[in-house]
Design a protein. Structure first.
Lengths: 293, 355, 445
């Protein structure tokens, strides 16, 4: 039983890490309907920039601020150079464009900072905490705390500020929002910037877990099923989806692995997501579309 | 003048429905085929066969497979590589386990197994629509790769999980030289392209397009939506499966499951976006772009910038340039290279009367 | 209908300009050419830049200090593979013809996938394919694979040497009885390759073995390490690749498994595998055939002649003397020595791939020669032959102290006698499948 709990809690905490990447997707999808595959590269770019600055003698906060500045510039460039010219194109075109963006960001990150692998310490000693025989990871708990703060901040941003209000109106109907005088393009830039910020946070946490290296951009693959379960347009969904995927894949690996063969963590979340979708075709929290003929 | 229609009259309905209605087009196609089958094998070098022509043909075929599904039937897929893998490993096992099975037969059988897999992973499309559908094909992508690595039987218990090409002989002809492999690939690809050209003009093809444009509306006017979708997955996966077998046997000669990873699926997707969705010719154009551009960039970078900039920087610059070009294409040419061709053709028809 | 804003004429013009630039550059006859299928971008760039940096710097050293090999200058050009198989094949086809008349000596792709894909091509084109420390295990049997050389260490030897080392640490191979060992392996053909060998060794020595797979890329290993914690093994053998390694060490710390009982294999042994894990990596042990460090005379020479002259290939000078860099230097030494031996037979001129192959097959590095090369302790003694294309099979062990690797053992030899029959059987099966008649090595000279 202890072991079961350990696996379960470990899985839930790992799931929150997936959610951190998924939230970036959700923000952009909500506001501009773009399935942004470049989110993983943004995570990589942010972490690599941050760690390279720290290695060049920047203090934590000034490195953080500089990186944030770079992410904002990146967001602005994407909005100007990619989204604006592609407005009103089919979603798959936009998706492909973000693949192109991810090539550019990855090339740029390595051009600027080189290909070597960096270590990143956030000053949290990752010794296990023993809680009645159950081992808990100090770092994962810390990451979960950060995620909670982030979600809180985002929901405040959306529900309590003027920008949040215009953001919600753009999300629900871009044309109507445009008609009421909201500058949709500025909102897009803001959302991409916020997604860049989320990418930075995710990059720092994931970077501390994996080391800062090219493979950081691969965490996207873990975030996709999370998104699909939670629905593309709900931040709460991203969190719940992350918890389901994290716990599900760990339990499956430990208990089903010995039966059908181990190493199933790569595909299990997708099959799980598929099962969820068969019941709810727009994800748990996604908006159900109504079709007219 | 070049594409003048003067004097070409349809005398029966069959003529009117031809894929290539103009005599000039038919002659042109014949010339291209004659060039590809007769001139190229005599002229091209090993490098052209092994590094450019064969992958170009195979990727065109894979692109065609995905285009049938995504461009014609409107079902998004990120699992093309999985179906390629199924085709390759199935063909390998047919060849291995059935003594004396002709190569082309195992190629077709491999395609059929891939088609079956396609139907299985296409089933969710009956309920799930749009972007959410990628989860099904992504599940295929990861599940297939895992299964092929996990169960040694698929690779005949090769310790490295690698399958290697059987001897390429057809009717006693040894085709293992680069030119032979090229001709074999060309033969299969040409035949399948003609078949696809027929399919998209048949009832089935029309049903696909109706489903693509709006499946609820298609259902209302009595089009069998479920059957059309599943057939789209089946046919598309058949094409991908054959492309996978060719990839393993006539191009690389050896392949491991990892060779058919998500990046390959993206590559195929790039081909149809750049080439043009819902176009047959576009697959060739897209594949040519995908195969030639990186080569051109790396050759250019190697000779122009060598010594000026560090080698690693050159590679990163190329990567950035590739990304930029893709975005530029999406912005400037939304319907892909095929529409470039279409507008050229439209101009040629009235030239020189109007420029 | 949308009309295009690309002018077709402009496109063709750009294209033909591009093709024109591709052809034509300076001549270099009388030199020996090394085609380099390098990778400097993508997920494995850290390994590629180090390895090819070391290889190129060693060739620069030979050119600058000795004026080439017996007066034959070395030349090379790079082609980016990104560790992708098709790009590797394209590069192979592009470069195999040599450079402006300088014939290609050997290819060194440093990638299992590319090696597999170019194996038959290399044999047909008669260019040796060097897969140092990796590659197809049964290509050790040169009678079936005349052109393939898994120099120094094939995967089977690697795990055998690790088990021998664990035996040493436990106080003798007989003490292995009743011990528990877990292998944590990358979920790829490379990772799975050694499972049967470990099973044989476990039967032979009576230790319990569990194989646990980490799916690619290995960014998440919680459940695997919880399983390990449940098994409570004495040792964990880490057969990882790329990002999987630091994550394994981090997760080991997270689940309370001591790093000094984790032994990394040949692809888990670089600074890039340990350093990103920070404190969690302290004490981590790994094997190596090429210790890190700059204390070897040959590295001192490179520093003096190449790096100080501002010609060093590394973008980041801090990586001089790192594991991948030194592997590149070792690879350079082996290639150049093979060339030298072949020149002794065929004459002091640029050699064809076929002639260089003879050199590899007769490669012999004894302690004396290593001393002369300034590579004692960096390279193991090697003797290759027609039937044995591996030649070495020895490794040293090193431990990560939080900032760098410290060598903690002498050369530990693999039990090659035990592995040989398995290799021969596998090679024979390959020969049968492909219709190859193995050479009779007794008759080869």
């Amino acid at each position: 039983m202890d072991f079961f709990l350990e696996v379960l809690i470990g899985g839930l905490l790992a799931g929150i890490m997936y959610s951190m990447v998924a939230i970036g997707f959700v923000l952009i999808y909500k506001a501009s309907g773009v399935f942004n595959f470049a989110q993983g590269s943004m995570v990589l770019f942010a972490a690599l920039t941050f760690v390279s600055l720290v290695e060049r003698g920047f203090a934590f906060w000034s490195a953080f601020a500089t990186t944030l500045g770079a992410m904002l510039a990146l967001a602005w460039a994407i909005e100007r150079g990619v989204l604006r010219p592609l407005v009103n194109r089919p979603p798959i075109t936009l998706f492909m464009a973000t693949l192109g963006v991810s090539f550019i960001i990855e090339g740029l990150a390595q051009l600027l900072w080189g290909a070597q692998v960096h270590g990143l310490e956030l000053g949290i000693k990752d010794e296990p905490i023993d809680l009645g025989g159950i081992l808990l990871s100090r770092f994962d708990l810390f990451a979960a705390g950060i995620a909670a703060l982030l979600v809180l901040a985002l929901s405040l941003l959306f529900s309590r500020t003027r920008i949040g209000l215009s953001l919600r109106s753009v999300a629900s109907d871009p044309l109507a929002a445009l008609a009421t005088g909201i500058r949709v393009q500025r909102i897009w830039a803001v959302v991409w910037a916020v997604a860049g910020f989320v990418g930075l946070i995710a990059g720092l946490l994931w970077g501390a877990r994996l080391g800062v290296q090219f493979s950081l951009s691969l965490v996207v693959l873990k975030a996709l099923p999370v998104l699909i379960i939670g629905g593309f347009s709900s931040i709460g969904g991203a969190i719940v989806g992350g918890l389901i995927v994290g716990a599900g894949e760990k339990l499956a690996e430990v208990y089903a692995g010995p039966v059908i063969g181990d190493g199933l963590e790569n595909w299990f979340p997708y099959v799980l997501a598929l099962l969820f979708l068969l019941v709810r075709p727009a994800g748990l929290f996604g908006q159900r579309t109504i079709e007219r003929v | 003048m070049l594409l003048s229609e003067t004097g070409q009259f349809s005398t029966c309905y069959a003529h009117d429905r031809r894929a290539f209605r103009l005599r000039q087009e038919r002659v042109g196609l014949g010339l291209v085929l004659a060039f590809a089958f007769l001139v190229v094998p005599a002229w091209a070098s090993d490098y052209w066969f092994s590094a450019i022509l064969i992958p170009f043909l195979i990727l065109s075929l894979a692109g065609l497979g995905l285009n049938l599904l995504t461009g014609y039937a409107g079902q998004l897929s990120l699992g093309s590589a999985a179906f390629m893998a199924v085709g390759a490993f199935a063909a390998y096992n047919f060849q291995l386990r059935i003594e004396g099975l002709p190569f082309l037969v195992s190629l077709a059988l491999g395609g059929l197994v891939a088609a079956l897999a396609g139907v299985v992973f296409g089933l969710p499309s009956l309920r799930i629509k749009g972007f959410y559908l990628i989860v099904s094909t992504l599940a295929a992508q990861f599940l297939v790769q895992w299964g092929l690595t996990k169960f040694g039987w698929f690779s005949n218990f090769n310790p490295s999980g690698v399958i290697t090409a059987p001897p390429l002989t057809i009717l006693g002809q040894d085709l293992s030289s680069p030119a032979g492999r090229y001709l074999l690939t060309l033969l299969v690809v040409t035949a399948l392209f003609f078949l696809a050209g027929r399919i998209v003009r048949s009832d089935l093809g029309r049903n696909w397009m109706a489903v693509r444009d709006m499946d609820s509306a298609a259902a209302v006017i009595g089009i069998p939506v479920a059957r059309s979708k599943l057939l789209a997955f089946a046919v598309s996966s058949f094409y991908c499966g054959v492309a996978g077998s060719l990839w393993a046997f006539t191009y690389l000669g050896t392949v491991e499951p990892h060779g058919f990873d998500l990046n390959r699926s993206f590559q195929v997707l790039f081909i149809i976006i750049i080439g043009g969705m819902g176009s047959i010719l576009g697959n060739f154009l897209g594949a040519a772009f995908i195969v030639l551009l990186p080569l051109l960039l790396s050759n250019l970078g190697g000779s122009l910038l060598a010594g000026v900039i560090d080698q690693g920087h050159i590679e990163n610059l190329q990567k950035i340039l590739f990304g930029l070009l893709i975005i530029l294409f999406l912005i400037r040419e939304p319907d892909g290279l095929a529409s470039l061709w279409r507008s050229l053709r439209a101009r040629a028809r009235v030239w020189p009367l109007r420029a | 209908m949308t009309t295009s804003r690309f002018s077709p004429r402009r496109l063709t013009a750009a294209f033909s300009l591009g093709l024109a630039l591709v052809s034509g550059s300076a001549t270099a006859a009388g030199e020996q050419y090394f085609p380099l299928q390098s990778y400097r971008v993508g997920p494995y760039a850290a390994g590629g830049t180090g390895f090819f940096g070391g290889f190129i710097d060693y060739m620069q050293l030979v050119n600058a200090r000795d004026g080439g090999v017996n007066g034959v200058k070395l030349t090379w050009s790079e082609c980016e593979t990104e560790y992708v198989v098709e790009k590797g094949v394209e590069c192979y086809e592009r470069l195999k013809k040599g450079l402006n008349g300088a014939p290609a000596a050997a290819t060194n792709p440093l990638s299992v996938g590319i090696a597999y894909a170019t194996l038959e091509r290399s044999t047909a084109d008669r260019i040796p394919l060097i897969t140092i420390n990796h590659g197809r295990t049964d290509s050790t049997d040169g009678s079936v694979f005349p052109y393939v050389f898994p120099l120094q260490l094939n995967p089977y030897s690697e795990v055998s040497a690790i088990v021998n080392y664990i035996g040493q640490r436990e106080g003798g191979l007989d003490k292995l009885k009743g011990k528990k060992i877990v292998t944590l392996y990358h979920g790829s053909p490379y990772g799975k390759e050694t499972i049967p060998i470990l099973d044989i060794l476990s039967k032979k020595y009576g230790f319990a073995i569990s194989h646990i797979e980490v799916p690619h890329p290995g960014t998440e290993q919680q459940s695997q390490w919880l399983n390990i914690r449940r098994i409570k093994p004495d040792w964990v053998i880490l057969r990882g690749w790329g990002v999987m390694n630091p994550v394994a060490l981090k997760t080991a710390a997270k689940t309370g498994f001591p790093a000094d009982h984790v032994i990394g294999n040949i692809w888990s042994n670089s600074e890039d595998d340990a350093a990103p894990a920070g404190d969690a990596a302290k004490g981590f042990i790994s094997i190596t055939t090429h210790p890190a460090g700059t204390d070897f005379p040959v590295l001192k020479d490179i520093e003096k002649v190449v790096v100080k002259a501002g010609k060093g290939n590394l973008q980041d000078p801090k990586r001089f003397g790192s594991v991948y860099y030194n592997l590149g230097v070792v690879n350079g030494i082996l290639n150049v020595e093979a060339l030298r031996i072949a020149q002794a037979k065929f004459g002091k001129r640029p050699l064809s791939g076929e002639e260089v192959r003879w050199g590899f097959e007769h490669l012999k590095l004894d302690a004396k020669r290593l001393q002369d090369l300034g590579a004692t302790g960096l390279v193991q003694t090697l003797t290759l032959s027609c039937s044995d294309h591996e030649g070495g099979g020895a490794v040293r062990f090193q431990q990560w102290d939080g900032a760098s690797w410290k060598v903690i053992s002498d050369w530990v030899q693999a039990d090659r006698g035990l592995l040989r029959p398995i290799i021969e059987k596998s090679a024979a099966a390959y020969a049968k499948e492909k219709g190859i008649t193995p050479r009779n090595c007794a008759k080869e000279s």
